[in-house]
Design a protein around this ligand. Structure first.
Ligand code: SF4
Length: 458
């Protein structure tokens, strides 16, 4: 039995790809190991959304060089950086044995056999045509021990946001047939999974035989599925039908991640986001009419080329107005081949110290809002799907509310149970409390231990 260590950078799509890599390698008798030190094969599943993620990949490769020298471990680089920068990786890091793109996961056994047999460096970054693309199906056994799991429903993106590398690294949109999605959801329930998150770069433009709203409703009807979530959405695809699904189906959880990116119409235009702030707010208003308590989170880029103080103030005001439950805000960094990178000189770079000062202001505001929103839960009893032990205190339990709020609590509820928890305190990032009651779980006894892929959210 050989051991594989997969270091995952970036988004949930990459985490999911890592699971599929592990499964593909299982067919070659590779078993996952939680540390690189005893691995026979090390794979970096990379992300190129931000510059920092690439730097982290290079520094991780530097660390794994020692394992190569001592154990002769094979080292491969997959994911978005591999797709975009294959030549640069091979030149800069001579001990990388193979490079493969997101469409080549199913070919991993074949690639490793070629490296092993021929002792050559292998590059496999060709796109698979949309018509011929087959989504790797998940092996439900790798999800044993989890209450919640992700299902890939589409890949790629047909939008052309000027800051984004996804269309260059993941290609055009391909939707997975809805029958396959429902089959995967059903198979996950056989190992105890009760919540699924449907993932893709732009899920609400899904075209897998039914609309995305119908896909959510059908998934919610799969016996054994108690909760359905999804990520990520583009505001211009937030249809009335999807909003209606939130109104009629309580199993669709009360959380919507709706990236706005900026509160300035001028910046949105340069970002090629195809909506105005007013249109974004109109969609949000409709959504909140359908599900009044919905928690909304967002992504914001600070310091996009040409962003003035006045543009930034509008983003600041929008954050205050919407009262987001949380936001992922980052300073702009140019990504290769994107429209914004090519136009930066014309639009004007924002100085680094200005970007950082704006980001700090925004983060401080968001923290204050998150604290206020979470504090409103103190004294209430909330329903939590239990995911395991608390990461900060193993004697406590951990789960999430419908609104995707993290809850750490005193209790004994098993993984996969829905527990009622009385909330006693709150911070910007989590709630804390005591278990009041827990449903009995008749069907499946779930073991605690699973080897989770190492994730670096960059
Ligand atoms: S919709 Fe999202 S994934 Fe697609 S190009 Fe825009 S930012 Fe990138």
């Amino acid at each position: 039995m050989k051991r594989v260590f997969i270091h995952t950078f970036g988004c949930q799509m990459n985490v999911n790809d890592t699971m599929r890599m592990s499964e593909a390698l299982g067919s070659m008798a590779y078993t996952p190991t939680p540390t690189a030190d005893n691995a026979d094969l090390i794979i970096l599943n990379t992300c190129s959304i931000r510059e920092k993620a690439e730097d982290k990949m290079l520094s991780a490769l530097g660390r794994y060089r020692q394992v190569k020298l001592q154990r002769g471990a094979l080292i491969g680089v997959g994911g978005c950086v591999a797709q975009q920068e294959k030549n640069r990786i091979l030149e800069r890091v001579p001990y990388v044995d193979f490079v493969f793109g997101p469409d080549a996961i199913a070919k991993l056994p074949e690639i490793i056999q070629r490296v092993d047999a021929d002792r050559v460096r292998v590059v496999e970054t060709a796109w698979v045509d949309s018509e011929r693309y087959v989504f790797p199906s998940a092996d439900p056994n790798t999800s044993r021990g989890k209450a919640t799991e992700f299902i890939t429903v589409m890949k790629g993106c047909d939008n052309v946001c000027s800051f984004c590398v996804v269309p260059h690294t993941r290609g055009r949109e391909v939707s997975r047939p809805f029958t396959e999605v429902l089959k995967e959801a059903a198979s996950l329930t056989t190992v105890g999974v009760r919540e699924v998150t449907l993932v893709g770069q732009n899920v609400n433009s899904y075209l897998g035989g039914i609309s995305f709203a119908q896909l959510l409703l059908r998934t919610a009807q799969v016996p054994g599925i108690e909760r359905v979530r999804f990520t990520t959405s583009h505001p211009h695809d937030l249809s009335d039908e999807l909003i209606e699904a939130f109104r009629v189906e309580p199993k669709i959880m009360g959380h919507f991640h709706l990236p706005v990116q900026s509160g300035s119409n001028e910046v949105l235009k340069r970002m090629r986001r195809t909506y105005t702030v007013a249109e974004y707010l109109e969609r949000l208003e409709k959504l909140r009419a359908a599900r009044p308590d919905i928690a909304v989170t967002t992504d914001i880029i600070v310091g996009f080329p040409g962003e003035t103080d006045a543009d930034f103030e509008q983003t600041f005001e929008l954050t205050e107005q919407v009262r987001y439950a949380g936001q992922f805000s980052f300073v702009y960094s140019p990504r290769p081949k994107t429209g914004a990178a090519m136009k930066e000189a014309e639009w004007g770079s924002v100085p680094h110290e200005v970007k950082i000062a704006r980001l700090e202001r925004l983060n401080t505001l968001q923290k204050r809002i998150s604290v206020e929103l979470n504090a409103a839960s103190v004294g209430q009893t909330v329903e939590v799907l239990v995911e395991g032990s608390s990461k900060t205190d193993a004697s406590r339990r951990f789960g999430r509310t419908s609104h995707n709020r993290t809850v750490n609590f005193d209790g004994d509820a098993p993984i996969g149970a829905l527990a009622l928890v009385h909330i006693e305190h709150a911070s910007a990032s989590a709630l804390g409390g005591k278990q009041v009651s827990v449903e009995s779980l008749p069907a499946i006894v779930i073991p605690e231990a699973v080897v989770a892929p190492e994730v670096c959210v960059a």
